[in-house]
Design a protein. Sequence first.
Length: 101
Amino acid sequence: MDPHTSPTPHDPDGTLPGGAGRPDAPELVDFTVDLTAHQVLRQAQVLAALGPDWDPIEAMRGEEAATALLYSGLDEEQQRVYDDLVASGVLPRRGDGSAAA
């Protein structure tokens, strides 16, 4: 049996009612779409939208500062939950292990 009509768990003999596997069913053909050109165009448009002044290092620093601010000033219960999430691997360990690091 060719890969286009191979049995499936729901169709053990390869003869689906009303379709694939029947002698009168149309033959399947390979269909391939190369999106490389589209992806290159999309990337160029994103970079153009960001502009020549976009600094990825500064953007990362801003993200790190926002994350530090998000986890700063936690009360005891919030700190305990934060520490539990870090210990379980849900959140990455930061600085000295405290939320304000």
